[in-house]
Ligand binder design. Structure first.
Ligand code: GLY
Length: 374
């Protein structure tokens, strides 16, 4: 059988343009897909224990066939790895292996590895090439694209970081087969976000096709990942460092960050689940403010529920703090500007915008009602 065509999305940033390749079996054929961006036939791979067991041998086998030499560092899996100690370990390991400006580092993993390794590449010798091979749906459609790299601080998530665009992204759809349904659906929260923020037709398409996509339909997966990456690429090209439109990518995230903090960044709520619930709350807030049709929030929630996803605060197990405490957690978001909260609101499905002047009492009322429905 002919292999499926490799789709690509170009990110045309001047001086640091790159391609995102999307297809099955990209890792197995990594030599073909990486050779064009390697200045030397030498790479360092950084991964985590879970991903290493599933995909590292496929990658190193592919590199061997093209005589690309490689070394690999395997870090513990989990959010705690996105921290100073592992950043320092990664950078020192890259130096020990004499990774130079002309070498490339491959981040093989989900969002944690992508963010940590991207940041290590930004600061190593003032910048070495980073190739992202995202192995979660969330990383394929969001965190591996656009150059945001970071580690967490005890003061908050992603507070220490840099913009460092990757040299190439390989979104290998085969790796999605190895995800748990919960992890896949959490990543789907970010896919739905793209339709909600800027493409009503894509959201219509998702309502019709996302169940098949979740069930494993490759064409549907390829379309959803490509459209998400195209939208991210367009926004990042307009506003790489988030002076304006890039903030739209944070639809649902202000609520999400408060909910993640309230649940201790634990298994009670995965990031993509928080984004999905946050999107419903953002549409609810928009409807309360008379900005979007009253039926939009329930249409968003109904789609997430149809996907078997968490869609409301009632779907988060365990206790949650009251509305005042959640509002206080939202105020710690790093997108607060001069003490002023910024929200991403919507005029309709597919039409989000940045709002600075949202009355705190309306936010509190939305949260109070959402908590009462638990
Ligand atoms: N994940 C949001 C952004 O890349 O801007």
């Amino acid at each position: 059988m002919e292999p499926a065509p490799v789709e690509s999305v170009h990110v045309p940033l001047p001086g640091r343009a790159y391609d995102i390749l999307i297809a099955r079996d990209l890792i197995a054929d990594a030599a073909t897909h990486l050779t064009p961006v390697l200045k030397r036939k030498r790479v360092a791979i950084v991964t985590d224990e879970t991903v290493s067991a599933l995909h590292l041998a496929t990658l190193t086998g592919a590199l061997d066939t093209a005589s690309v030499s490689h070394v690999a560092l395997t870090l513990p899996a989990g959010e705690a790895t996105k921290s100073w100690p592992y950043l320092s370990q990664t950078v020192e390991w890259l130096l020990e292996h004499k990774i130079e400006r002309n070498d490339s580092v491959i981040a093989l993993g989900g969002g944690v590895i992508g963010d940590l390794v991207g940041f290590a590449c930004a600061i190593l010798r003032r910048g070495v090439a980073c190739i992202q091979i995202p192995t979660s749906l969330l990383a394929q459609v969001d965190s591996s694209v656009g150059g945001k790299t970071a580690i967490n601080s005890p003061h908050g998530k992603n507070l220490i970081g840099a913009f460092h665009q990757p040299a190439r992204v390989l979104a290998d759809l085969s790796v999605l087969d190895t995800l748990t349904r919960r992890d896949f659906l959490a990543g789907y929260g970010e896919v739905a976000k793209y339709g909600l923020l800027g493409d009503a037709d894509f959201f219509d398409w998702l309502e019709a096709n996302a169940p098949a996509m979740a069930a494993g339909d490759t064409d549907a997966r390829a379309h959803a990942v490509r459209r998400s990456c195209e939208m991210k690429a367009e926004i990042v090209t307009r506003d790489e460092t988030e002076q304006g439109d890039r903030a739209l990518l944070n639809l649902g995230h202000t609520f999400c960050h408060a909910l993640e903090a309230a649940t201790g960044y634990s298994d009670r709520l995965l990031h993509g689940e928080g984004v999905a619930i946050g999107c419903v709350l953002a549409f609810d807030l928009s409807a309360r403010l008379g900005l979007c049709p009253q039926e939009a929030p329930s249409r968003v929630a109904a789609h997430l529920a149809q996907m078997g996803m968490r869609a409301t605060l009632a779907d988060i197990p365990g206790d949650l703090p009251d509305a005042d405490a959640l509002v206080a957690l939202m105020a710690q978001d790093k997108k607060v500007v001069d003490g002023q909260m910024r929200y991403i609101l919507a005029r309709d499905i597919g039409d989000a915008f940045v709002a600075d002047d949202v009355p705190a009492e309306t936010v509190k009322a939305a949260l109070t009602d959402a908590l009462a429905a638990r």
